[in-house]
Design a protein around this ligand. Sequence first.
Ligand SMILES: [Zn+2]
Length: 288
Amino acid sequence: MELREYFAQAKAEGWAIGHFNFATADVLRAIVEGAMRAGAPCVLVGTSPGEAEFLGMAEAVALVQAARRSAEFPVFLNADHFASFDACKEAIDAGYDSVLFDGSRLAYEVNVIETQRVWQYAQTKRGSFMVEAEVGYLKGRSEVQTEVVIGRDDFTKPEQAADFIRRTGVERFAPVFGNIHGIVTKQEEVLDIEHLARVAAAIPDAYLVLHGASGLPDEQVVSAIRTGITNVHFNTELRVAYQRELKEELAEHPGQTTPYRYLQSADDAVRDVVEQKCRLFMAARIHP
Ligand SMILES: [Zn+2]
């Protein structure tokens, strides 16, 4: 099945596909294992521009293809928050399955034009390729921060979302409705589910993507899925779990120099977070 078909299935049945970031082969394997343990139908993995640069795009594509074959499990690769046409083109040419073109920092009209370019180029290369876009700037970074100030002015406007989808033709859309990238420690991240419902009603044919899900209570993730989210992005929670276990492991065994030994508990922690999240996305299902 193509990625697009999994999205159609998730939307029809009311669950969400997980999206998890990686920059190393061991984390990719941990993500795939977690998704499989949870019984998820598929998993979307992503590389941010920084992660793609560290790992290499050709390497990311080859690792995902190998994971698909050896695990016999549908794993799809997304270029996450690529901010220029050229960067997206590079990912499309390298063999990625999907791209999030993030033109949210551009003026709206420029975002429309650049998103159209990405979408058209992707379709000429491969019909199965999916494009996601974003309108409204999603604040924060994929790390632990104390506070990120957002207001309703930052939220995606439903009319603008409708105009954007009509003019660009993209299938996946990342709205801003109180979500923040990363984890905030001195503030409560609160989703405005009613606002999400208004965006969902304005673009009934698009697949809605929740970014910045790290740090959100489970029940908010579930209500976002029940209001039309079909894809949830987690990055920071994986990074935090990985680093915490790695630090502990190295502190306990300072003489250990073998990577596949000292990385094991960090990988297990990532696998467990992914499994728990994927179970949550499936449990949100309201239609049998
Ligand atoms: Zn994101």
